[in-house]
Design a protein around this ligand. Structure first.
Ligand SMILES: Nc1nc(=O)c2ncn([C@@H]3O[C@@H]4COP(=O)(O)O[C@H]5[C@@H](O)[C@H](n6cnc7c(N)ncnc76)O[C@@H]5COP(=O)(O)O[C@@H]3[C@@H]4O)c2[nH]1
Lengths: 176, 176
């Protein structure tokens, strides 16, 4: 089951490394910029249709890139000083107030999307939605049992019924 | 099948992005350092026992980190200017001659290894070897059909029968 392996990979190869460091990076960011974030958590976006954008502003113009957090460097599998970084976005609410949030899409959904487009991957568009749900549930269960990652993330499942609302993304982020 | 999804993820999320850029990065590296590499290909190490080291010198002292190639930056899934880089290693041969090679382990094998250690992942040590072989075959087939990645990589399957030979890794790299 593709989604099962991708959820474990996302946790073991990324979230387990970066989430415990997040609080420290947010403090460093405050020392560098004087800016306070809405939350010290990583907001992880999971669109049910697996349509992942490179830039969040493509989805909602009330969301704009602000700055990157200080980066982490780790020696991983022969790559020296591999870089891990997160982006801070400014999200405008109903009262035109700006909020700073650390947000990104769950990268493995991009793999699910591209696999459903490639004939040789053996994976149809119809199966994709099921796999996204399986990915979400597996990841949620892994993270809930993870002591290292407690309180450092928010999983945001995005329904695609709201694609006509140009400000669906900002509202969903600010709900949390 | 975990290995199938991880092979596709490794290709779609990494090799398809970086391999077409490799020749350009090796040229830039030459312009910066005057150093010629043994080959413009990325050597990808696949140990059958999935035991992936952070640093190659831990495996063979004839292999030592030299420098990193110039890095690539891409906007991916909401992370702005995500960094992709490869490490150049100096590998000494039987005649004490040094060779410069771009080498790294296939990082998803680290996921397979860690999954076999975690009880809740549903994945035993016995299944792991089979999954590594499935990962290798799936990746090899994907890469052979990929026009973008032609001639820019070498897959090096590492048997664990040679673990008593302290210079197995350097010999395997230099065979190619
Ligand atoms: N948002 C985000 N930022 C990151 O820095 C990052 N690094 C990993 N991941 C995601 O976590 C999971 C585990 O990563 P792993 O390194 O084992 O596999 C990676 C790894 O084998 C390879 N790869 C990707 N980026 C790099 C890189 N910069 N250097 C070396 N290998 C890389 O290709 C696989 C798939 O990558 P992504 O499809 O981007 O998603 C990964 C994956 O779902 C990231 N996600």
């Amino acid at each position: 089951n593709v989604a099962h392996g991708l959820a474990w990979s996302f946790y073991l190869g990324y979230l387990k490394l970066v989430l415990p460091e997040l609080e420290g990076l947010v403090k460093q960011y405050y020392n560098l910029t004087g800016e306070v974030l809405r939350s010290p958590r990583l907001y992880i976006l999971l669109p049910l249709n697996a349509a992942v954008s490179a830039k969040l502003e493509e989805e909602d113009n009330l969301v704009s890139f602000h700055k990157n957090l200080p980066q982490l460097e780790r020696d991983r599998a022969g790559v020296r000083s591999r870089v891990y970084k997160h982006s801070v976005y400014k999200v405008i609410d109903n009262n035109k107030e700006p909020h700073l949030c650390v947000v990104e899409y769950a990268t493995p959904l991009l793999t699910l999307y591209q696999m459903s487009q490639d004939n040789s991957a053996g994976f149809s568009e119809k199966e994709r939605r099921q796999q996204v749900l399986l990915f979400y549930r597996t990841l949620r269960d892994i993270l809930e049992s993870s002591l290292e990652c407690r309180n450092s993330y928010r999983l945001i499942l995005l329904d695609d019924d709201h694609s006509e609302d140009p400000h669906f993304l900002s509202k969903e982020i600010l709900k949390h």
